[in-house]
Design a protein around this ligand. Structure first.
Ligand SMILES: Cc1cc2nc3c(=O)[nH]c(=O)nc-3n(C[C@H](O)[C@H](O)[C@H](O)COP(=O)(O)OP(=O)(O)OC[C@H]3O[C@@H](n4cnc5c(N)ncnc54)[C@H](O)[C@@H]3O)c2cc1C
Length: 478
């Protein structure tokens, strides 16, 4: 909104709610909140282009203030974008149409740690690691260990259906949530039922998981937590090829051996990323395997898993390369070892069932390598989050010498990403496993949901008739 009479009126109303100190329209603040961690936004800025700025940054300190902000925004029909850590990679927090950035980080209190039921109730804007530190003082853990834990918020992970390193045993963030407090676009403050497993009607609370701020603001959540494990066993194995390693993972999961982590790198990643970060020169498919809990149970589970791997010809590399991976597991995503500008890259990750996962991987690899050879594209993938029924494929494309022109390079980015997503959809995969949709994948939600898409659209229209919540995301349009 350009400065003017109305913008000052709105600012004054917002100031009445949060106080002068907790609202900003300073240029530098607007610029900080204009971007997230998506490659496209970072590239845009890197090439000297400008991003759409928000109009106001507000930092509410209570749920009532959040409610009042939404009532004001509804009155003036201006967008509201919930903003946690800004670490999203799909452009889901970009203020495409300006409006109010509703920063949740003042809502960071831990309300209750219940050591009997093993649950914690916190406000939504707490940074993941702060919550973990507080729980560790009680010898407890919030077993959601994402690479962005030091900067992303608890609700940011619920809003994007995020996941962490040990999700194979403990689930994604969405699996750990018992209940939530949510502020609807009209300002109503609601709570989802206290427990998720009941037979008292449909589980409406789940519509806010993965909604990426398009249906309301999550202000509080009660999450399952766990005891710190007595032991955590890690080791690494090397398979001749990816196919045998995928089969080993499938057998472990379908036999419910309950691994903490199965991190399986394809042959290309083993040759490149594992060497660059861990320093191991290897040919084949590198797998890190972990178990935790009571020592004797974890040891027995690990033993059975090793038997499965041995049957498929794997070489047991022992504990040291597994433990080294654990210590360096986030180095893959941060300087100096991360993928970074001026390279073009995208994480086109997906998830599917075991009967399709190997074919899906090969289809995506071919869709990228065969169609974009002129750009000397490389395709790397690993399988990071495993379920009883399937696994997620965390795959990436990298172009080290993309076009310099911002428009041209983003067009190529979109084309490569489209080829990857179309290969996912054609082979039984989802458009995404855990980074969300944002604007990057919004054009695919219609195809993903097919005949069910109008139902989702009408849900959005019912909850947010004025379209104020994070417009332009998830494929909902303005
Ligand atoms: C280096 C790096 C490593 C990463 N590693 C992982 C990983 O291991 N696992 C993983 O899942 N992701 C990972 N991500 C992606 C990112 O951290 C996640 O998408 C995370 O969920 C974003 O949380 P945030 O608090 O930063 O949210 P933001 O980026 O601020 O927002 C993300 C979306 O959630 C919405 N939102 C935020 N707060 C609320 C709220 N209170 N109510 C409603 N909607 C809200 C926003 O409007 C936006 O649509 C990584 C990102 C980076 C940069």
């Amino acid at each position: 909104m350009r400065p003017g009479l109305q913008s000052e009126m709105i600012r004054s109303e917002l100031e009445d709610v949060v106080g002068e100190h907790f609202i900003s329209t300073r240029d530098t603040d607007l610029a900080v909140y204009a971007t997230d961690w998506s490659w496209m936004a970072q590239m845009w800025l890197d090439r000297g282009e400008e991003l759409r700025l928000p109009d106001y940054i507000v930092h509410p300190g209570t749920v009532e203030e959040v409610s009042d902000i939404l009532k004001i925004a509804n009155g003036y029909r201006i967008p509201v974008i919930p903003f946690g850590g800004g670490s999203g990679t799909q452009g889901s927090a970009l203020p495409l149409h300006g409006g109010i950035m509703l920063d949740t980080k003042r809502l960071s209190a831990i309300i209750e740690i219940d050591e009997k039921s093993l649950k914690v109730t916190t406000q939504a804007g707490i940074i993941n690691t702060q919550l973990e530190w507080a729980l560790n003082e009680h010898n407890l853990t919030y077993p959601h260990y994402p690479a962005s834990g030091n900067c992303a918020t608890m609700a940011g992970f619920l809003a994007a259906r995020g996941t962490g390193t040990i999700s194979t045993k403990y689930g994604k963030a969405e699996d750990m949530v018992l209940s939530m407090q949510v502020v609807l676009p009209n300002g109503d403050i609601i709570r989802t039922p206290a427990v998720p497993n009941h037979s008292s009607g449909p589980d409406f609370g789940r519509i806010f998981l993965g909604a990426e701020g398009t249906l309301g603001v999550i202000t509080e959540a009660t999450m399952q937590i766990d005891h710190m494990p007595e032991t955590r066993l890690l080791r690494a194995l090397l398979f001749d090829d990816l196919s045998k390693a995928l089969e080993a993972g499938r057998r472990m999961m379908t036999r419910r051996l309950d691994p903490l982590v199965i991190r399986l790198y394809d042959e290309h990643s083993t040759r490149t990323r594992v060497r660059e970060i861990l320093g191991y020169e290897m040919e084949g498919a590198y797998m890190v395997l972990g178990f935790d809990g009571f020592e004797e149970i974890a040891t027995a589970q690990e033993q059975r898993a090793l038997e499965i791997c041995a049957d498929l010809g794997a070489r047991d590399l022992g504990r040291e390369p597994g433990e080294k991976w654990w210590d360096h597991r986030y180095d893959f995503y941060y300087p100096p070892k991360n993928l970074k500008l001026p390279w073009m890259y995208g994480t086109t990750e997906t998830v599917t069932t075991f009967d399709k996962i190997e074919a899906l991987y090969h289809a995506k690899k071919a869709a990228i390598e065969d169609n974009y050879a002129d750009w000397d594209v490389s395709y790397i993938g690993h399988f990071s989050h495993w379920y009883h029924w399937g696994a997620s494929l965390y795959d990436r494309f990298v172009v080290k010498e993309p076009p310099q022109d911002a428009q041209e390079t983003i067009r190529l980015h979109n084309r490569i990403w489209s080829s990857a997503v179309k290969a996912s959809l054609a082979n039984g995969g989802m458009i995404n496993d855990h980074h969300g949709v944002g604007i990057k994948l919004g054009r695919f939600t219609r195809e993903q949901y097919g005949a069910a898409w109008p139902l989702l659209q009408s849900l959005k229209r019912t909850i947010d008739p004025n379209g104020i919540m994070n417009p332009g995301k998830l494929g909902f349009g303005y």
